[in-house]
Design a protein around this ligand. Structure first.
Ligand SMILES: Cc1cc2nc3c(=O)[nH]c(=O)nc-3n(C[C@H](O)[C@H](O)[C@H](O)COP(=O)(O)OP(=O)(O)OC[C@H]3O[C@@H](n4cnc5c(N)ncnc54)[C@H](O)[C@@H]3O)c2cc1C
Length: 375
């Protein structure tokens, strides 16, 4: 057995890291102030999606999606996985041209995608409004229920000999020790901080902040929608404190419910519902799927995506605390990227070269070593 690893946070990112480090031969303690999957992991959409806002982002998504695929083959039925694919919908010619680029980028990396005309889109999903310009269908994307997945992974860790420490909040950490809020201490050779939105409370120099999103879910309407439907304007609108970036994003759940998103807003401090933001989300979804106007919404909620200042996750060694590693700031792709995040960390800890450019995600990009008082 190698040395001891403590992972702080049993969300989807922390549970993935814990399992990976156990696979590497470490004795792993997975610690959560509450219970597995009850943080942001319980709030999001669970779309496992290949996004291509940059080459690096697409590489990380695809590595992770392939790893998730292997995981679901090994553990069939876990996390309510549905291999529904994504249908990106283009409402005008500019978006259609982007859809063609998206399909090319995916196919070039052997992630199958096909472009579709407006008629083909309509035929594939008859609930969509007529007259759309077209779209792109990405076959390998899927949908999961993230809190169930995190719960399963935490239990798997225990079954394989790991320790799950729940209901204990880490109040402070040094290079080789955790100090809990109740004053008790735990030594560790390696510490992985995967505390979601609360990373900055433990390490104030890591500027993870909340980017708010609103979601709503309908009653059950089985058989009416087969793909996750996303507008091609997703990710294009600028996000800021006063601006609300909205893009239609509708997910068919395996029980027939439709999960409706999504929007992004900065400068928000809590998960309270804002009727204006929720209204904009529903309106945007109805523009693509008019039948939503006659469907029953049974619940709506809001949550904060843990975001980093440059929009990319923070994965790698803390520049000033030897032995402390970060896995944070995944914004709206934490479920998608969790597996690859764990692999990237494990590779770096073992000193192996991996498939992904570590530097792009390195915490050091925000904090040059010499600026840190720990150094
Ligand atoms: C509206 C919305 C939609 C989303 N849709 C998607 C999507 O479709 N696809 C996708 O991939 N991602 C999506 N996301 C993003 C995704 O949910 C997050 O990126 C991901 O869940 C982050 O996981 P995490 O493990 O880092 O954080 P969390 O799930 O928040 O886990 C952190 C854990 O750390 C624990 N913790 C914190 N501080 C301490 C401490 N001091 N001591 C001990 N424990 C501590 C917490 O209790 C918590 O359980 C969405 C998010 C939102 C809000």
């Amino acid at each position: 057995m190698k040395t001891t690893v403590c992972v702080i946070g049993a969300g989807i990112v922390g549970t993935s890291c814990a399992l990976k480090m156990q696979e590497e031969g470490y004795q792993v303690n997975l610690i959560d102030a509450a219970s597995p999957g009850c943080g942001v992991t319980a709030i999001g959409m669970g779309h496992l999606v290949a996004l291509d806002e940059s080459e690096q982002e697409l590489d990380l998504c695809l590595l992770s999606l392939r790893m998730w695929k292997d995981f679901f083959t090994e553990f069939p039925g876990i996390g309510e996985v549905s291999q529904c694919g994504t249908l990106w919908v283009a409402e005008n010619e500019d978006q259609l041209s982007e859809a063609h680029h998206r399909a090319q980028a995916m196919n070039a990396r052997l992630w199958r995608a096909e472009t579709l005309t407006g008629e083909q889109v309509q035929k594939l999903e008859p609930a969509l409004r007529p007259g759309l310009a077209g779209g792109v269908r990405v076959f390998g994307d899927s949908v999961v229920y993230p809190p169930k997945l995190a719960h399963f992974m935490a239990q798997l860790l225990v079954k394989r000999g790991g320790n799950l420490i729940l209901g204990k909040r880490v109040a402070q950490l040094t290079a080789n020790q955790l100090v809990f809020a109740d004053g008790s201490k735990l030594d560790a050779d390696i510490i992985i901080v995967a505390a979601g939105l609360e990373v900055a409370k433990l390490l104030p120099e890591i500027a993870v902040f909340g980017r708010k999103g609103h979601l709503a879910i309908t009653d059950r309407y089985p058989g009416r929608l087969s793909h996750q439907i996303v507008s091609m304007n997703y990710g294009q609108a600028a996000v800021s404190a006063d601006a609300l970036a909205v893009a239609a994003n509708v997910q068919p759940r395996s029980n027939g419910q439709w999960l409706i998103g999504s929007c992004r807003q900065d400068g928000q401090t809590d998960n309270s519902l804002d009727s204006k933001a929720l209204g904009a989300v529903l309106q945007s979804a109805m523009t693509l799927l008019p039948c939503l106007a006659d469907m029953q919404i049974i619940r709506a909620w809001a949550g904060m995506r843990p975001a980093s200042p440059d929009g990319h996750p923070i994965i790698g060694p803390h520049p000033g605390l030897a032995g402390v590693w970060l896995a944070a700031g995944h914004e709206g792709l934490g479920v998608t990227m969790a597996m690859a995040t764990a692999k990237m960390l494990a590779d770096q800890i073992a000193g192996r070269a991996g498939e992904i450019d570590y530097q792009h995600y390195s915490p050091e990009r925000f904090f040059p070593v010499q600026e840190l008082k720990y150094a």
